[in-house]
Design a binder for this molecule. Structure first.
Ligand code: GLN
Length: 484
């Protein structure tokens, strides 16, 4: 079987027709992981035995003539900040090196009901903080298109696994671009749902008002299938939404898709952007025009403040979310416990040794912007500007249905190029943080089909939609890929 050509949709057809079994396909993926992952580093742990067991379960359903759903037997990779009961979940941090999840994340529960298969847990920047997966506490992930380059981040492991055919699809999490940016770097599709569309229960929190779990897949159609399985309201996530469009999610008929008007924000086409990105995005626009879409220039005047606002609000939330890792509640650095005499020492040692440089930097930054003397000047002000950024989108969506923009200012950069300069690294998020601050859905779609080994670096374009209008993004994306 050719794993390169396989999609979620085609796997399902083949399983039903009994061209091959779920065990065979799972075995093939596991063999690819064994052969390829040493050089790429996408996985932190591989769940071989349970994956094969899950596959056998799907095969016996097929044998018994039971109907199977679209995700049954689909081998998935899960970012290692989502809990799968009984398995190690580290968020790529040494502080959680020995932590075993005691319950399933809501998305995992949903996927288990669908009989999906979990091949393993993928690498990320520690606690999802970063844009290259170089900040992982364990090892870095390389870009399958060019091993001297980064896979992007923080869901670099998930994006690289899908691009290198080490999983058919994956889940990532996106706080400021962590699903869309690595997907663009690796030439796959990555989607961040509307805030509240997918439950965050069982996702190790980074910045709770921004985090969303989203699919990483080879095609837009696959992203839609995976999104529709994980969406929905959940009592364990107080911010999960009860929106009808999410509950009764249905694809948009193609006549309706063609009528969607696309806005292009002038502020997103700035000087200094890499010309490969400018050309690729222009190519995507040209193709959509030939498909009959109409475009309009729009303005999002406050988006130039988005990065500054994000790097105040996000660390503020990080500093409170990470307070729970103090050395008592999670079996992190156990040797530390033996060495200390008092509680203060325990905190200092555990956090000092367990957290890498980036989480420490953000905890300090966040504690600072929340401190009594600076709260109003930084945190409260940033919240006000966040509102203005959202207002810009609301206004723009009065005249257009969807917004098209670049995903990243450059294609995948070289390993080490930005590692010693955090500010440079933060600039990779310049086009993605807006959707998180405004809570809107966004998708990154490769401009064309990029095959690993072709010597070409992938570039993606981004579509941002109205709240709970993910079907508009899928609709346009599917037409774009269909006519390729
Ligand atoms: N690169 C961004 C950051 O470092 C986004 C991270 C994310 O979305 N998890 O914060």
């Amino acid at each position: 079987m050719n794993l390169k050509e396989l999609t979620i949709a085609s796997l399902h057809e083949n399983l039903v027709k009994k061209t091959f079994s779920a065990r065979e396909v799972t075995r093939d993926f596991l063999d690819t992981v064994r052969a390829e992952d040493e050089k790429i580093g996408a996985y932190l742990s591989v769940l071989e035995d349970s994956a094969l067991e899950q596959a056998d379960c799907v095969d016996s359903m097929i044998k018994e003539g039971k109907e199977i759903g679209p995700l049954a037997g689909v081998p998935l990779a899960i970012k290692d900040n989502m809990l799968i009961k009984g398995t190690r979940t580290t968020a790529a941090s040494k502080i959680l090196e020995r932590y075993e999840a005691s319950y399933d994340a809501e998305v995992i529960k949903k996927l288990k009901k669908e009989n999906a298969i979990f091949l393993g847990k993928t690498n990320l920047d520690e606690f999802a903080m970063g844009a290259s997966t170089e900040n992982s506490g364990f090892h870095m992930t390389k870009n399958p298109h060019d091993l001297k380059r980064v896979a992007g981040g923080s869901s670099g492991g998930s994006a690289a696994a899908v691009a290198a055919h080490m999983a058919l699809a994956a889940l990532g999490s996106d706080t400021g671009g962590s699903v869309r940016q690595p997907s663009a770097f690796c030439g796959v599709v990555g989607m961040k749902p509307t805030y509240g569309a997918v439950s965050r229960s069982g996702l190790i929190a980074m910045a709770s008002s921004l985090d969303q779990i989203g699919p990483i897949t080879k095609t837009v159609e696959d992203a839609e299938i995976l999104f529709s399985a994980i969406r929905g309201n959940d009592t364990y996530d107080a911010t999960s939404a009860e929106d009808k469009a999410i509950h009764e999610f249905r694809e948009l008929p193609s006549e309706a898709v063609k009528k969607l008007k696309i806005g292009v924000p002038k502020e997103f086409f700035v000087d200094g952007m890499d010309s490969r990105v400018t050309h690729a995005v222009e190519e995507a626009i040209a193709r959509l025009k030939t498909l009959g879409f109409t475009f309009k220039e729009i303005s999002l005047p406050h988006s130039k403040y988005a990065l500054a606002v994000y790097y105040i609000i996000m660390p503020a939330e990080v500093s409170s979310n990470l307070a729970r890792f103090e050395g008592m509640r999670y079996p992190g650095i156990t040797e530390v416990r033996r060495e200390v005499n008092n509680l203060r020492d325990l905190y200092f040692k555990t956090r000092g040794e367990g957290f890498g440089a980036e989480p420490r930097r953000r905890v300090l930054l966040g504690t600072y912007v929340l401190s009594a003397g600076y709260y109003d000047a930084y945190y409260a002000k940033a919240q006000k500007v966040r509102r203005l950024i959202r207002n810009d989108f609301e206004k723009a969506f009065r005249s257009v249905d969807v917004i098209l923009a670049p995903v990243t200012p450059t294609p995948a950069f070289a390993i080490g190029e930005k590692a010693s300069n955090p500010l440079e690294m933060y600039l990779s998020d310049i086009f993605t943080v807006q959707a998180n601050l405004a809570g809107l859905p966004g998708i990154s779609i490769p401009v064309k089909k990029y095959t690993v080994g072709s010597g070409e670096l992938p570039v993606g374009f981004q579509l941002v939609g109205k709240s709970f209008h993910e079907r508009d993004l899928f609709g346009i994306g599917k037409l774009y890929q269909r006519e390729e």
